[in-house]
Design a protein around this ligand. Structure first.
Ligand SMILES: Nc1ncnc2c1ncn2[C@@H]1O[C@H](COP(=O)(O)OP(=O)(O)OP(=O)(O)O)[C@@H](O)[C@H]1O
Length: 546
């Protein structure tokens, strides 16, 4: 969808109003040039004098209309930009996790910053473009009134001029695409620069290698393409200016060869074309912006983050919180790597998990535990099989509601400073109790629904993530190697007290673990090997169920 179409869809009335004002401005501009022409072709100065009030009136009308239409579009521009930004953020919030993982954080970051700012700068020029177009049309109507056949000739020449700049502009559009792709690579470099700062600072040769072979070439490529397109637009812009002169030359010296025209008509034509130079220049100068925004829109669409109105999302409610069992029926997922064609397949997995159960999921690195947890929690839509809650299948329409049954702390968890969505009465008191139980009360305070700090050790941050998860009070808990970076005291607390306490509250507790010292505490142990459930040799296993 083009930017203009999108804007029109989002704010029809302001756009129509601004366009009408722009058209009126263009019409007055054309009338102004007609008045100038009439004054210039008057036989005496006295003959021209009655035109003065018309001229002044039109000049003031153009001024006032231009200001009103620009102001109108300026406020619409900010509204539209805010709308675009927020709808992109909402798109990301609602996009399937797999899609976001496939895109990668650098591409999302580039979309949020680069594409949105390009679209913003284009919205900023739209008022000018509308006025230029309206002036152009108004002047053409005036030319048609002066002489129809002559207008036909002029339009032919203008079409030739447009064709001569269309090809280089097309090439520039391709270059914009290339530059935008290189931007993604540059953002990926920026992420490495920030996320890998410890590793880069500890190894000078690595840091130099990264700078010279990764970062610098992509930054240079972006700069090279930008320079090429800038040069191209400078040349086509100047060429356009030259062609206006060529058209005037054609009017003055070429047209009389083809047909008989009065010199006064030719002079009027030359004057109008000269007057048109400004809007034509304006249009030519805005061309790069329009092309870049088109590329940005295409890029957003490619990411699957089209800015059109999102589908109405399913309600968060509608899943019975008092369910008794969740069934995993032939559940499967495959990761495919485009580069080398390698793939990993999890499943088909069949299992039944019940409320009030403490289930451990174990297996070697890369056996598919986290992937299974993502399928189980509804973060991934199953490619194969389905989930059932008390026998009722989870569908695309109910998946979001299904996810609200879960509280999870993944291995790569994110800790929010604010207790988002948890402002129920007594929350802060409860949080303080958990803080003391997790021995964090001297490090962190909870005030106004906010943690006083999250700048803590990794183990402490994970304890805070656990606290948030307890406050959520959901019927199902998923912990992905939570205890991996805890000291022995907290491991004991976690496995021997906290998990059984959750189970005793009737929660379904699903724990990914490598801590074989605690496997015997589970009601059941599910074991994964190369994406398949296999019988587990861990103690106290009550068979892998179907
Ligand atoms: N986002 C992803 N894109 C592509 N492949 C992935 C992705 N995540 C995991 N994989 C592949 O899927 C396989 C299973 O990964 P998963 O993270 O589920 O294993 P795991 O059992 O949790 O491993 P670990 O114990 O190391 O955390 C891995 O071999 C990996 O190659």
């Amino acid at each position: 969808m083009s930017l203009l179409a999108l804007l029109f869809k989002k704010s029809k009335l302001p756009i129509i109003l601004a366009a009408l004002l722009g058209i009126l401005t263009g019409a007055c501009s054309a009338a102004l040039v007609a008045a100038m022409n009439q004054a210039l072709t008057s036989r005496t100065v006295a003959d021209a004098m009655p035109l003065m009030p018309v001229f002044v009136g039109l000049a003031v009308a153009v001024l006032v209309l231009r200001i009103i239409s620009q102001l109108q579009l300026a406020s619409m521009q900010q509204e539209a930009l805010l709308d675009l930004r927020l709808s992109l953020c909402r798109r990301i919030l609602e996009a399937p996790l797999r899609k976001l993982e496939e895109a990668g954080p650098h591409k999302l970051l580039a979309a949020l910053t680069e594409d949105i700012s390009v679209i913003n700068s284009t919205i900023a020029v739209i008022p000018g473009v509308i006025i230029c177009l309206a002036t152009l049309v108004g002047c053409l109507v005036y030319l048609a009134w002066l002489s129809g056949p002559l207008l036909g000739l002029i339009l032919g020449v203008i079409a030739l001029v447009m064709a001569s700049v269309a090809l280089p502009n097309r090439y520039a559009y391709g270059q914009f695409f290339k530059r935008r792709e290189t931007h993604d690579a540059m953002y990926s470099g920026f992420r490495t620069l920030i996320d890998g700062s410890k590793e880069l600072q500890l190894h000078h040769a690595r840091s130099e290698d990264f700078f010279n072979r990764d970062l610098k070439p992509t930054a240079e490529e972006v700069s090279r393409i930008s320079l090429t397109t800038s040069k191209l637009f400078i040349i086509t812009g100047s060429w356009g200016g030259f062609m206006v002169m060529a058209v005037i030359g054609f009017i003055l010296f070429g047209v009389p060869r083809f047909q008989e025209v009065e010199m006064s008509t030719l002079a009027a034509y030359a004057l109008v074309v000269l007057y048109l130079q400004q809007p034509l220049d304006g249009l030519m100068n805005q061309w790069p912006n329009l092309s870049r925004s088109h590329v940005a829109m295409k890029k957003l669409e490619k990411l699957g983050l089209s800015l059109e109105d999102p589908e109405p999302s399913a309600s968060d409610n509608g899943m019975p919180r008092d369910f008794q069992r969740i069934e995993l029926v032939g559940l499967g997922h495959t990761y495919r790597r485009e580069l080398d064609g390698a793939s990993f397949t999890l499943g088909p997995i069949d299992a039944t998990l019940r409320r009030g159960e403490l289930v451990f999921l174990v297996g070697g690195n890369g056996s598919g535990k986290t992937t299974l947890a993502k399928l189980f929690t509804g973060l991934y839509a199953p490619e194969q099989g389905e989930l059932r809650v008390d026998g009722v299948p989870v569908t695309a329409a109910t998946r979001r509601a299904y996810r609200q049954l879960f509280s999870a702390v993944f291995f790569d968890f994110h800790l929010f400073e604010r207790m988002l969505g948890l402002d129920h009465p007594g929350m802060e008191d409860k949080a303080r109790q958990y803080l003391s139980r997790l021995q964090l009360e001297r490090k962190v305070r909870v005030e106004d629904g906010k943690l006083s700090t999250v700048a803590l050790s990794q183990g402490q941050r994970k304890r805070l993530a656990l606290l948030t998860s307890f406050l959520e009070d959901r019927p199902i808990y998923v912990f992905d190697e939570w205890a991996a970076d805890q000291d022995p005291v907290f491991r004991e607390l976690f496995y021997r007290e906290m998990l059984p306490a959750l189970r005793d509250q009737g929660k379904l507790v699903f724990v990914i673990s490598h801590d074989d010292r605690y496997f015997h505490l589970a009601d059941r142990v599910l074991k994964l090997e190369a994406g398949q459930l296999v019988p587990s040799s861990a103690p106290l296993v009550t068979a892998v169920p179907a």
